[in-house]
Design a protein around this ligand. Structure first.
Ligand SMILES: [Zn+2]
Length: 147
């Protein structure tokens, strides 16, 4: 389906992110994926580089689809910030592909937002003021209801 993405090796080389940063983004995506699976969402989730994107951004691809904004090269220097960015990108793509709001606050039935809270990447809800629902990667342990 995406074989044409790899046809231009010069573009791949030029846009290849720093391998250390890439590894950090992949690690962040693995953490986010725990929440995705805990939400009962299935389908391939991957970090990709798109041949049509000259900025060399990393994209979160879900079921073969990318949506929203890529992660700029250099994202991932700070692991908690990388986690927020990856969670945000995954959320945007998953919501676009599945047409559902994910993840959702159990109490207020509102979509959550990935944010930094005192240096920790968390899912926050804007219901009743603002509250932190769970650290990113630990939603499943909070019994978020499945829709
Ligand atoms: Zn809430």
């Amino acid at each position: 389906m995406h074989s044409d993405e790899l046809e231009d090796p010069s573009l791949m080389a030029q846009s290849d992110p720093d391998p250390g940063l890439w590894a950090r983004l992949e690690h962040a995506l693995a953490i986010v994926e725990r929440d995705v699976r805990a939400g009962g969402i299935t389908g391939p989730l991957a970090l990709t580089v798109q041949s049509w994107d000259p900025t060399g951004s990393a994209w979160v691809e879900f079921r073969g689809v990318c949506h929203g904004n890529g992660l700029r090269p250099g994202a991932g220097h700070d692991p908690p910030a990388a986690l927020v960015q990856v969670a945000d990108a995954a959320q945007e793509t998953i919501m676009e592909v599945t047409w559902t709001v994910w993840p959702v606050c159990d109490v207020h039935d509102l979509g959550l937002h990935a944010e930094l809270d005192h240096g920790t990447a968390v899912w926050r809800c804007t219901g009743n003021g603002t509250h932190t629902v769970a650290p990113i990667g630990e939603l499943g342990q909070r019994g978020v209801h499945q829709r």
